[in-house]
Ligand binder design. Structure first.
Ligand SMILES: [Zn+2]
Ligand SMILES: [Zn+2]
Length: 135
């Protein structure tokens, strides 16, 4: 499936070929901190399946729990997360799907690292809800 997206400010645009059956939610604490939310969702793709249409992402290098170095790409202007990849032998990249135009259709098929899942996430649907921002 062909997907495409931009960062929030529009400086960076990309497109990618993904398997819509291989969409994952990640509950790791790095995704919580770096993604600014309770979890992140994305999918692992071959590096060649990602095409940068314009802009040049900034990289933040982190050490993963496994000890591996990972480069995390984001927009240097607005901070939108784009993807993560192994710093040295990168044949794949972990594409963040929150900025994809097709995001509402991309339903996760699996959850990763639930030991660090935010405990109130399962009861989120029980909370009172406001549908839209007030005008
Ligand atoms: Zn941006
Ligand atoms: Zn994660």
């Amino acid at each position: 499936m062909q997907v495409d997206g931009t960062c929030h400010c529009g400086e960076i645009a990309w497109e990618a070929e993904i398997d819509p059956q291989a969409v994952l939610v990640c509950h790791c604490s790095d995704c919580q901190v770096l993604g600014g939310g309770a979890f992140r969702w994305g999918t692992l793709i071959a590096k060649e399946a990602f095409i940068l249409l314009h802009g040049s992402p900034k990289l933040y290098r982190k050490t993963a729990a496994s000890g591996a170095l990972r480069d995390l790409a984001f927009c240097g202007t607005c901070g939108t997360s784009l993807y993560g990849t192994h710093a040295d032998h990168s044949t794949t990249l972990s594409l963040r799907l929150s900025g994809a135009r097709q995001a509402p259709q991309l339903r996760p098929a699996m959850q990763m690292w639930t030991a660090s899942k935010i405990s109130w996430l399962d009861s989120l649907c029980d909370l009172p809800a406001i549908e839209q921002p007030m005008p």
